[in-house]
Design a protein around this ligand. Structure first.
Ligand SMILES: [Ca+2]
Ligand SMILES: [Ca+2]
Ligand SMILES: [Ca+2]
Ligand SMILES: [Ca+2]
Length: 305
């Protein structure tokens, strides 16, 4: 999801509808009481009460999108980047909460489960993800293609959490990567630098099922990545590798398109919007709001059973 503008129209449409729901609720509350004789004082009191309820409602909505948190432990031994998250360190690494809709709890729960894990050592920041998916398919094979045009898994990293100078990495089930650097978010006039590559990046995908085969149902796919600290250090303005207890801002997203099968091949249903499922809800259909991302706290503890 590199392009913010493809999501902003949806956001603009939805916000007024939330306001409409609130207003109609207030009107409904008012009409239930319209039969009673009321004096001016109680009308003002009731208005204040409605206002207080509205403020509480808005505060509750804001509270529901509190950024997620994750403790990233050190890896014990070698992590082989083969797409299989079967090393002991992965086995014992905590899984994130299940991903939710990018807008949070106001939208339906994702149709398929997604969870991520993180690990680190002196050389790499490791990210693993499991994506439930009955139809694993992908088409893009060229590095730095617009990968979210396929179903994908996406990583966003802002080491010092200042909203500027952050990294994005997207990958599809063919293990094609799109890595880019954002000097600042699109809404602040930022322009993506696709030519920025993560030097030494290692990624792999494991499909549990069959890729691009429409005749069966799959279990899903998993992603395994090793991102060199050396590459992340470039615009980190923080130690990379991190120190014990350091916190970075990070979020993960998964783009999922509705498909149909045409002549035995997967194809996107035209004029349908993609689903965006994320770890830490953004509240709006835009991943490029780094202030909404989750927190990863790095620990020097090796967390093995
Ligand atoms: Ca592995
Ligand atoms: Ca930054
Ligand atoms: Ca690139
Ligand atoms: Ca298949």
């Amino acid at each position: 999801m590199g392009l913010a503008d493809r999501r902003q129209p949806g956001q603009l449409k939805r916000e007024p509808s939330a306001r409409r729901r609130l207003l109609s609720r207030q009107r409904a509350e008012g009409s239930q009481k319209s039969g009673r004789k009321i004096n001016r004082g109680s009308f003002i009191m009731r208005s204040l009460l409605v206002l207080a309820l509205a403020v509480t409602f808005v505060a509750a909505m804001a509270g529901s999108s509190k950024p997620k948190e994750y403790v990233c432990y050190r890896a014990a031994g070698k992590i082989v980047i083969d797409g299989k998250l079967d090393e002991p360190s992965w086995r014992d690494a905590p899984a994130t909460d299940k991903f939710v809709d990018i807008e949070g709890d106001i939208r339906p729960h994702p149709r398929f489960t997604t969870r991520a894990k993180m690990l680190w050592d002196d050389q790499y920041f490791y990210i693993g993800a499991d994506l439930e998916e009955p139809h694993v398919w992908a088409t893009l094979t060229k590095r730095d293609s617009v990968i979210f045009h396929d179903n994908d898994f996406e990583v966003f990293i802002d080491p010092n959490g200042d909203r500027d100078e952050y990294y994005e990495l997207e990958i599809n089930a063919l293990n094609t990567a799109w890595d880019l650097f954002l000097p600042k978010p699109y809404i602040d006039g930022g322009k993506a630098q696709n030519s920025w590559d993560i030097a030494g990046l290692k990624t792999a995908v494991e499909v549990t099922g069959t890729l691009n085969d429409t005749t069966d149902l799959d279990k899903g796919w998993s992603v395994e990545m090793a991102i060199p600290w050396k590459a992340l250090a470039e615009y980190a303005h923080k130690p990379a590798p991190p120190k014990d207890g350091d916190q970075w801002r990070i979020n993960f997203s998964r783009v999922e398109w509705r498909h149909e099968i045409v002549d035995g091949k997967y194809s996107k249903i035209s004029n349908t919007k993609e689903d965006n499922w994320v770890w830490s809800p953004q509240g709006v259909i835009d991943m490029h709001r780094p202030e909404m991302w989750g927190y990863v706290r790095f620990s020097t503890i090796v967390n093995l059973r």
